[in-house]
Design a protein around this ligand. Structure first.
Ligand code: AMP
Ligand code: MG
Length: 362
């Protein structure tokens, strides 16, 4: 299959291009498109065959459900069996935006979209199979595509399963060229990590995936306690995460990645010592540094993720950097850790998974 890569002006999407993309969605095909979080791989959420194409293109395990993207709050009423008052509050505060809600699903949503295939029914508690994840993205191209196609769009991140999520159209092309008919290139994304997922089917609302919208922000709007799924904090597999996708070793670069945590000076010394050790064994080594520490490292590749004080930049650059190390074929990567105040939890959740929870404390 020939993949058409179309440049789209995010502020003023070309009508003709959007019509063509929408036509692909309506006829059951796949279109990769930019959102404010990461690039998504979209298909008509109510068409089971279209959903299956997403799993095939990504090599995604069939028990890992898709998020349905909408462009009007009212659409929620047609795909969710119940809309609790909490959903309305959160929608008012954060939609369109990087927040996904888990709600009981209505019958029109096929189980192919929610990961509810026969095989999934075995792996999932029944309450979860009946849920659908819903998000209203805050990106003109994404919204135009949903609107123009007249479809609600099921879309996971537009990467091959297990690779870092794409934050530029070029990343999508590397993974999916020849496998999908169209990529809409709206330039680099703004946020760079996936949406926060909140489960509203739980008695106490529960964060299944940390993201740009934090626990504190959610609690303030809801006026009640929000919990974090214990399964995503555990570094071992003793507790299963409630979002099926969180159990996979995602975002893994090809090289072995180890995080080093502690005071800046000690971290730099430790990483430099580790690099020397690996290089002595004939290996090629990369380091993830910050603007402040970049010049202090000696390694084959030293990359800065941004200024330590700029959390948003760290989130935006994370996946791109992990992909770069893949291109350079390094054997080992050492990274500083980024437990920054606001979105540090979301950043570290991604990094820890990429590192397979290998952390050295100094
Ligand atoms: P991605 O689209 O790649 O960002 O992945 C979507 C994430 O949402 C995965 O971790 C899924 O497991 C999770 N998800 C989607 N639908 C549900 C659901 N109904 N219940 C729990 N998690 C879900
Ligand atoms: Mg993904």
């Amino acid at each position: 299959m020939q993949t058409k890569l179309i440049k789209i002006d995010a502020d003023d999407p070309n009508k003709e291009d959007m019509r063509e993309a929408a036509e692909i969605i309506r006829s059951g095909g796949l279109v990769a498109f930019p959102t404010e979080t990461v690039y998504g791989l979209g298909a008509n959420a109510l068409d089971p065959e279209a959903s299956k194409r997403i799993y095939a293109a990504k090599g995604r395990p069939s028990d890992n459900p898709l998020i349905v993207h909408i462009c009007r709050f009212e659409e929620l009423l047609s795909i969710a069996k119940e809309v609790p008052p909490q959903a309305e509050k959160l929608a008012d505060a954060f939609w369109p935006g990087p927040l996904t809600m888990i709600l009981p699903k209505a019958d029109i949503v096929p189980r192919e979209t929610t990961g509810g295939l026969d095989s999934v029914a075995v792996r999932f508690p029944s309450d979860r199979i009946a849920q659908v994840a819903i998000r209203m993205p805050n990106h003109p191209v994404a919204l135009a595509l949903i609107d123009e196609s007249g479809c609600m769009i099921a879309a996971p991140s537009a990467n091959t399963s297990g690779k870092p999520s794409p934050t530029e159209a070029g990343h999508v092309a590397l993974d999916l060229d020849g496998k999908i008919p169209m990529i809409l290139d709206g330039g680099p994304v703004g946020i760079g990590i996936e949406s926060t997922i909140i489960d509203l089917t739980e008695k106490v609302p529960m964060i299944l995936r940390p993201g740009y919208i934090t626990k504190e922000m959610l609690e303030e709007v809801l006026g009640e306690e929000v919990r974090i799924d214990p399964g995503i904090i555990a570094s071992d597999s003793t507790k299963k995460p409630k979002a099926p996708g969180m159990k996979y070793k995602h975002y893994a670069p090809k090289a072995d990645l180890v995080l080093v945590e502690g005071e800046q000076e000690a971290v730099v010394a430790e990483i430099n010592a580790l690099v020397r050790e690996k290089q002595a064994a004939g290996l090629k080594v990369g380091v993830v540094a910050t603007d402040e520490t970049e010049s202090l490292y000696q390694a084959d590749y030293v990359v800065t993720i941004g200024a330590r004080s700029d959390e948003d930049a760290i989130a935006r650059h994370l996946y791109k950097i992990l992909r770069e190390f893949d291109d350079w074929n390094v054997d080992a990567i050492y990274s500083e850790s980024f437990s920054t105040p606001r979105i540090g939890q979301a950043i570290m959740n991604r990094l820890m998974k990429a590192a397979g929870h290998q952390v050295i404390h100094v």
